[in-house]
Design a protein around this ligand. Structure first.
Ligand code: NDP
Ligand code: ZN
Length: 366
C-alpha cells in the first residue's frame, strides 16, 4: 500500500487510502477503499499510525447531530508520520511525527482565522476532518482517521515531539484540546475549586489539566467503578450523581464546572454549586433527539452564574496543548484495539465501558 501511495504522490495523482466506513446510520463498519485529493503545494501526506475514538465520532456516524452522507470514515484524533510533502511546504519533512485533529482547513484569512481560532472561521469555511464538504477540493466529502493515509494542508498539521508516546498522542488532538482550551482560558489559580462532570475520554483529560493548573478537582460521574481512578488521576473528590445524597449540600463551591456529558441532563442542576460569578462550561454535545436542557427560571434563581460553551481549540492552541501535555507527561489512558473491533468498541463507549479512550492500531488494517 505504502509503495502505491508513494508512486501516486510522485506522479501527482490522487492518493489511495483504505479504512473502515459506515454505510448507513445503523449499519456496521466495513472495509472501504477510497481516494484522497492529490498532494498540493502546501499539503502534507501522512501515514496514519493511530486514531482515537471520540464520542463525537459516534454521534456523527449515527446521524445523531443531523443527517450525514455515507460511506463515512470517522476519526479526528490522528497520529502518524509524514511520508511526503508538497513543494511549498515549509514546516514539515519526511519522517516527522505529526497529528491531525478536528479540522483540516479554513479560509485562513479572516480576522478570526488570523487570530488562531480557525474553528470559528468568520467565512464559515472551517473544514472538519470528516463528514464535511471540502470547498477547497471541489466539494468532496472529507473522510477521517480510521484509515491508512490522509492529505492535509500544512497549517492544520501539528508537530509531535519525537519523545512523545505516539499512541497516546492521538486522543490529545480532540479530547485534549477540547478540555485544555476552556480550562486554560478560565484562568484557574492555585487552590481554585473545579468540577468536572462526566468522566470519560474528555473528562479524564480535564481532571489532569485542571489539577496541573493548580485546582482542587471534583469529579461528577455515573460509574462507581471509576472512583479510585479519579483519585489516581488527581481528583480530591468523586461524586456519583446516581446517588443524590452524595451531592446534597454542595453549594457556592466551584469557580469552574466543565461538563463533558454526552447524554441528556439538566444543566441548571449544577448552577447552585458555583460561586457567584462562577462559570459552567459546556463541551458535551448530546444527540439532537435527546438534548441537555437548561431551565431558564432556574438559571435566574441561581443568580449571577455564567453558562457558556467551548468548541475544540484553534491550531496554535492545539500545538500549545500538545507541547504542554508532553512536557508535563499528561496523557490519556488508552485501550488499543484492532480496527476490526470497531463495532464492539462503539457499543462499549456507549456503556462507559472503556478506560478511557480506545485507540485503533492502524497496523491491524492490513
Ligand atoms: P465519553 O462517552 O468517553 O464520556 C462521557 C462520559 O459522561 C461517560 O464516560 C460517563 O462517564 C459520563 N456520563 C454519562 N451520563 C452522565 C451524567 N448524567 N452525569 C455525569 N456523567 C455522565 O465521551 P467523550 O468524552 O468522548 O465525549 C463527551 C462529549 O463531548 C460527547 O458528547 C462529544 O460529542 C462531546 N465533544 C465535544 C467537543 C467540543 O468541542 N465541544 C469535542 C469533543 C467531544 P461516567 O460513566 O464516569 O459517568
Ligand atoms: Zn472528538
Amino acid at each position: 500500500m505504502k509503495d502505491l501511495v508513494l508512486q501516486e504522490f510522485k506522479e501527482g495523482k490522487e492518493i489511495s487510502s483504505k479504512g473502515y466506513a459506515l454505510f448507513s446510520k445503523d449499519g456496521n463498519f466495513k472495509p472501504y477503499e477510497f481516494k484522497r485529493h492529490c498532494v498540493g503545494e502546501r499539503d502534507v501526506l501522512i501515514e496514519i499510525l493511530y486514531a482515537g475514538i471520540c464520542h463525537s465520532d459516534i454521534h456523527t456516524a449515527r446521524s445523531e447531530w443531523g443527517e450525514v452522507s455515507y460511506p463515512l470514515v470517522p476519526g479526528h484524533e490522528i497520529a502518524g508520520r509524514v511520508i511526503g510533502v508538497g513543494k511549498g511546504v515549509e514546516k514539515f519533512k519526511v519522517g516527522d511525527l505529526v497529528g491531525v485533529g478536528c479540522m483540516v482547513n479554513s479560509c485562513q484569512s479572516c480576522p478570526t482565522c488570523q487570530s488562531g481560532e480557525e474553528q470559528f472561521c468568520d467565512e464559515g469555511k472551517t473544514i472538519f476532518t470528516y463528514a464535511s464538504k471540502d470547498i477547497f477540493h471541489n466539494g468532496e466529502l472529507t473522510q477521517g482517521g480510521y484509515s491508512s493515509h490522509i492529505v492535509v494542508d500544512e497549517n492544520f498539521v501539528l508537530k509531535v515531539p519525537q519523545n512523545a508516546k505516539l499512541e497516546c498522542v492521538a486522543p490529545l488532538l480532540c479530547a485534549g484540546i477540547t478540555t485544555y482550551s476552556p480550562l486554560k482560558r478560565a484562568n484557574i489559580q492555585e487552590g481554585d475549586e473545579v468540577g468536572i462532570v462526566g468522566f470519560g475520554g474528555l473528562g479524564h483529560m480535564a481532571v489532569q489539566y485542571a489539577k496541573s493548573f493548580g485546582a482542587n478537582v471534583s469529579v461528577f460521574a455515573t460509574s462507581e467503578s471509576k472512583r479510585d481512578l479519579a483519585f489516581r488521576l488527581g481528583a480530591k473528590h468523586f461524586y456519583n450523581v446516581k446517588n443524590p445524597k452524595e451531592i446534597e449540600g454542595i453549594n457556592n463551591r466551584f469557580k469552574v464546572i466543565l461538563s463533558t456529558v454526552a447524554q441528556n441532563y439538566e444543566i441548571s442542576d449544577y448552577l447552585k454549586m458555583l460561586k457567584v460569578d462562577g462559570e459552567m462550561i459546556i463541551v458535551g454535545v448530546p444527540p439532537i433527539a435527546n438534548p441537555a436542557t437548561l431551565n431558564a427560571t432556574a438559571l435566574i434563581w441561581n443568580f449571577r452564574r455564567k453558562v457558556y460553551s467551548s468548541l475544540i481549540g484553534g491550531i496554535r492552541e492545539t500545538q500549545e496543548m500538545l507541547d504542554y501535555s508532553i512536557k508535563n507527561e499528561i496523557y490519556p489512558m488508552i485501550e488499543m484495539i484492532d480496527i476490526k473491533e470497531l463495532d464492539n468498541a462503539y457499543e462499549r463507549v456507549l456503556k462507559s465501558d472503556v478506560l478511557f479512550r480506545f485507540v485503533i492500531d492502524m497496523k491491524t488494517l492490513s
